[in-house]
Design a protein. Structure first.
Lengths: 343, 259
């Protein structure tokens, strides 16, 4: 970066800083937020929606930045070196990848899309997308904070790993990425397959230019995925403010319906996996333990907003698989626990 | 350019919510730092886009203008071009921009108001406290002041005998809520408990038996002092507050309770 450019960049930052400070003092004066008083239901709706967005957007932003950085700083060769040849081992690695890339379900989708562009095998990406929202340091820590080293804690981690791994292995049957991912989501791999395509990013060596480029990609990513987050949050909010929660919770005691009810609730609430453990804690008294484990396994894998984000990357048929397989697995786990091991 | 505006606007929304304290109306205090992260990333992204735009303006002032009609699906092809100094970002559809502007508009232009009595209707009110393992918060609270609604409910669930609390002094703040099951002289003094954000809010409350019930409006904040006595609600024996005094009060800066 030349000196002149550097100066203009610094100037820009200063201008924005001064602008925000000025706005800060002006906001109350000009009353940017006019005292429109909305009907109660609409106000509740807006508060819930904005709350959901404020909670989830930082994670999506982190995921987008990670995606941008991966695009610029990770080469396809790096990927090839790290991922084992053996399909099974590769899928196992995909399921454990979250430990290195700590992303939740909002952040994982942009990351996996970039990794696919870098030549990540289909099954590895599927295992990653399903397990990373649970098998990552942040979520493990929050689940531990909520449940301690209890059965629920170990069951959540163990089952999430197993389910993600098995579904990933299912997808080893379809190694052709083009059949799994929407062509639009693949960009540079158009016409290619899972072959490693060297990208042009290697050409740019200047660090600040690369960083700039990573941020540009992150911005695109944030918009591409953000729209699904927004629409998902709108739907989740609608269901929440209109459908009475008691209606779902009323069925909490039976070993069968409780599992189905909590899976439905996990889907509807669309709460981030980093905090859903605390939410689950509030059901401990009213719901069966099987249903709580099902909630904690299924929720991070699939919910309204992640389903919509999946639709932006995967083909429709694949999204159906990504919805149905984890759901069936979670219900099965919940039922087996409730009917055989009820503690 | 519009992209940069939306990004910057979202950053501003997060920033203004942090500054005026209304962030507490949306998410648990524990996650406020995440919003700081969001502000940083959003402004970095917006700045990058603006900077690029300026760069490409300068470049196109020197060379003949370059048509930048990249469509959504092919934009990634164009990276090489981008490094010739042209605007690299792909054209976004108006739809996407519109959708991304929804949280911006709702966040900036709709006045922040925490959940209130009307939200209880769809969620239902709970007499049981949401559980949270860490007992640290309870220990801290014991030092900072009288037990709040949530602390009481926790005590109730630890001791199922409704008469066990008879005569204990209560001093709580909450908003007024009426349940269809409440008699004419009974209201709830209630709060929302949130673990993560308002999406998981659950309403909790203590029953208040008072002849003034009719004069108390839903959603108005009250400070209730009195004594507990086992009473009846929806056919169940539960501890009910027999108030000595019910005063109208300001909404607390932080309207929610964290289990």
């Amino acid at each position: 970066m030349s000196r002149k450019r550097l100066l203009s960049f610094v100037g820009l930052i200063l201008a924005v800083l001064i602008g925000t400070i000025a706005l800060d003092n002006l906001l109350p004066v000009i009353g940017l937020a006019p005292a429109v008083s909305l009907p109660d239901l609409a106000q509740t709706y807006v508060t819930t929606f904005v709350g959901l967005f404020i909670e989830a957007a930082p994670f999506l932003l982190l995921g987008s930045v990670a995606a941008g950085l991966i695009d610029v700083f990770v080469t396809a060769d790096d990927m090839a070196r790290v991922i084992p040849r053996n399909k099974f081992l590769a899928t196992v690695m995909g399921a454990l990848l979250g430990l290195i890339f700590p992303v939740c379900e909002c952040g994982v989708v942009p990351v996996v899309r970039r990794l696919y562009q870098k030549g990540l095998p289909t099954s590895v990406g599927i295992a990653f997308i399903l397990s990373a929202p649970v098998l990552n340091p942040v979520v493990i820590a929050s689940t531990y904070a909520a449940f301690g080293a209890s059965t629920v804690f170990f069951a959540r981690i163990g089952f999430s790993f197993l389910v993600a791994l098995s579904i990933g292995l299912v997808f080893t049957a379809q190694p052709n990425l083009m059949r799994v991912v929407r062509p639009a989501a693949l960009g540079p791999v158009l016409g290619g397959s899972t072959d490693f395509i060297p990208l042009e990013s290697i050409k740019v060596n200047n660090f600040s230019a690369r960083l700039q480029r990573a941020f540009g990609i992150a911005a695109d990513e944030f918009f591409d995925m953000g729209r699904y987050l927004v629409v998902g949050s709108l739907i989740a909010t609608t269901l929440q403010t209109v459908v009475p929660q008691q209606w779902l919770i009323g069925i909490g005691n039976s070993p069968v319906t409780s599992v189905i009810a909590l899976c439905a609730l996990a889907f509807v609430l669309s709460v981030c996996s980093t905090v859903d453990a605390f939410l689950a804690l509030s059901f401990v008294n009213t719901f069966t333990s099987g249903s709580i484990i099902a909630f904690l396994v299924f929720g991070p894998m699939v919910d309204i907003k992640s389903t919509l984000m999946f639709l932006g990357v995967f083909r429709r048929k694949v999204v159906v698989y990504l919805f149905v397989l984890p759901l069936l697995a979670a219900i099965l786990i919940g039922l087996v626990i409730n009917l055989n091991l009820a503690w | 350019m519009l992209k940069a505006v939306v990004l910057g606007g979202l950053g501003l929304m997060f920033y203004s919510k942090i500054v005026d304290g209304t962030l507490n109306f949306y998410i648990n205090q524990r996650f406020v730092w995440l919003s700081f992260v969001a502000v940083l990333i959003l402004s970095a992204l917006a700045l990058t886009l603006v900077y690029r735009l300026l760069e490409s303006r300068r470049a196109s002032a020197q060379t003949p203008p370059h048509p930048d009609t990249y469509d959504d699906s092919a934009h990634d092809h164009e990276h090489d071009h981008a490094y010739a100094g042209h605007d690299h970002s792909h054209r976004l559809s108006w739809g996407t921009l519109g959708i991304m502007a929804i949280p911006l508009v709702l966040g900036l232009f709709v006045p922040a108001r925490p959940l209130g009595a009307s939200a209880v209707n769809s969620r239902g009110i709970g007499l049981t406290a949401p559980q949270r393992a860490g007992s640290v918060t309870q220990a801290q609270r014991a030092v900072t002041g009288p037990k709040n609604v949530l602390d009481w409910l926790r005590d109730f669930s630890n001791n199922p005998d409704p008469h066990a609390f008879d005569g204990q002094a209560v001093d709580v703040v909450g908003f007024v809520y009426r349940d269809p099951r409440n008699g004419a002289e009974q209201i709830w003094v209630s709060r929302f408990a949130i673990t993560c954000c308002v999406a998981d809010a659950s309403a909790v409350g203590l029953l208040v038996q008072t002849s003034e019930a009719a004069s108390l409006k839903n959603d108005s904040w009250i400070h209730v002092t009195g004594k507990l006595l086992a009473g009846e609600f929806a056919g169940q024996k539960v501890p009910v507050i027999m108030p000595d005094k019910i005063e109208p009060t300001q909404r607390p800066a932080n309207p929610y309770l964290y289990p």
